[in-house]
Write a protein that binds this ligand. Structure first.
Ligand SMILES: Nc1ncnc2c1ncn2[C@@H]1O[C@H](COP(=O)(O)OP(=O)(O)OP(=O)(O)O)[C@@H](O)[C@H]1O
Ligand SMILES: [Mg+2]
Length: 406
């Protein structure tokens, strides 16, 4: 065929091939993926993640730089994109997580999250606008098919975050939004289990006489505010648990006459500072029993606390399957709530700025949840549950109880 081409035609073909190669190279060089790779090079070099190797070949020395590999860049929304990073050999996913601030600045975006995904991979999500500040209504959840999963908020991508039924601990500084999260959990439990045979019962302890004070009537089976009431409520709950245990069932089965029981404790820390020693040891013993044996009797605790320290939560902490950390003061506190190494895995609850009246509680309800099955804590925002919504919930719980008693 070449024979058939004239010299001129051959020149034209090779010229066109050269142009195609140059255009292809320019398109590749300026593609979003390659621009990302170039933008991140100084991050890896600056953090000491890159590794330089000098290779000798044919008497010449070549310098090769090993850097993390960027894969699967994809757009999530007009204001967010994500990509995967695989660390170069000798480096870990935790090294990549530690670079999140530098990645954010190198990409010139508002915020990034770096989430370990297991099998040596981290997913970076970059936000051109702060995703978490968009507050949304609790009502949005009413549309969610819950099944037996309990929706508690939305993650950075706007997807609903769930926890499973289990002892649940919410820790956060004053004003961080624990109250709304407790309510969201109760609403979710009632949606998922309230209408099943046996239903769900709610018991409450509220030493500050705040969160539960408005709904004592009807919806709750029992609510205790004072020393004496708290002690006797806990003793009665332990007695109910023992009664259930006497039937010798290995696994709790919700059914007629055997409702699921949820004990809500707003301000778990207060139980360690109220009353005299006798009261405290009685309360501690009851709480310990409920936390360690309640699950198999269908009795679950959901508790809020301002402090996660050992002296405050020490005896109870290990029993909570679901742990949620809203704004706290330090990385050590994050680890105390979510488990050691959580802050290093990117759970930066200590970097959330305080929610105050002056900033309109801009960050209230923002936190990290460690759900089972997830290798790393996930950032999410709980919705704000207002008094009207609490009222509707209480009315529904009460009406269902009345229907059953008819
Ligand atoms: N998820 C949310 N989204 C938006 N705003 C919220 C959210 N949760 C709470 N808020 C706002 O923040 C305020 C404080 O929240 P909340 O009372 O739940 O905090 P808290 O952590 O229980 O504090 P404390 O420990 O003092 O009881 C609320 O009055 C409300 O205005
Ligand atoms: Mg509160």
């Amino acid at each position: 065929m070449i024979d058939a081409l004239t010299i001129g035609e051959l020149g034209a073909v090779s010229c066109a091939a050269c142009v195609a190669v140059v255009v292809g190279f320019v398109a590749w060089y300026w593609s979003p993926g390659q621009r990302l790779v170039r933008r991140l090079r100084p991050v890896w070099d600056g953090a000491g993640i890159s590794r330089v190797e000098v290779r000798a070949r044919n008497g010449k020395q070549n310098t090769v730089r090993h850097r993390p590999r960027i894969r699967k860049r994809r757009k999530l929304s007009p204001t967010a994109f994500t990509f995967d990073v695989r660390p170069n050999p000798g480096r870990t996913v935790e090294d990549i997580v530690a670079c999140s601030g530098a990645i954010r600045d190198a990409l010139r975006v508002e915020d990034v999250t770096v989430t370990p995904r297991g099998r040596g991979r981290a997913t970076v999500t970059a936000f051109l606008e702060d995703p978490i500040l968009a507050a949304y209504e609790n009502a949005e959840f009413f549309e969610e098919p819950v099944g037996k999963k309990l929706p508690i908020g939305r993650d950075d991508r706007g997807e609903v975050c769930y926890v499973n039924l289990g002892h649940t601990l919410v820790v956060g500084a004053s004003g961080s939004g624990k109250g709304s999260l407790l309510w969201r959990y109760l609403i979710s439990v009632f949606d998922a289990y309230g209408y099943l045979s046996g239903g769900a019962q709610f018991w409450g302890i509220d030493p500050k006489r705040a969160e539960l004070a408005g709904v004592v009537d009807g919806a709750f089976e029992r609510v205790a505010f004072d020393l004496e009431d708290i002690e006797s409520l806990l003793l009665d709950l332990v007695a109910e648990m023992k009664r259930r245990q006497e039937t010798g069932e290995r696994q709790f089965e919700q059914r007629e006459g055997r409702p699921l029981i949820i004990l809500v404790v707003d301000e778990l820390n207060a139980l360690g500072t109220m009353g005299d020693r006798k009261w405290q040891s009685s309360v501690r013993a009851s709480m310990q029993q409920i936390l360690s044996q309640g699950r198999s009797a269908g009795i679950y605790v959901v508790a809020a606390a301002q402090q996660p320290q050992k002296e405050n939560l020490g005896p109870y902490r290990a029993h909570f399957m679901n742990r949620i950390c809203l704004r706290v003061e330090s990385a050590q506190e994050v680890d105390l709530v979510l488990g050691s190494g959580a802050a290093a895995l990117g759970a930066a609850a200590h970097e959330i700025s305080p929610a105050t009246e002056t900033n309109g509680y801009a960050t209230a309800g923002v936190g990290y949840v460690r759900a089972d099955g997830e290798p790393a804590p996930v950032r999410f925002r709980a919705p704000y549950v207002d008094d009207d919504e609490i009222g509707i919930w209480a009315w529904e719980v009460q009406s269902l109880k009345e229907d059953e008693n008819v």
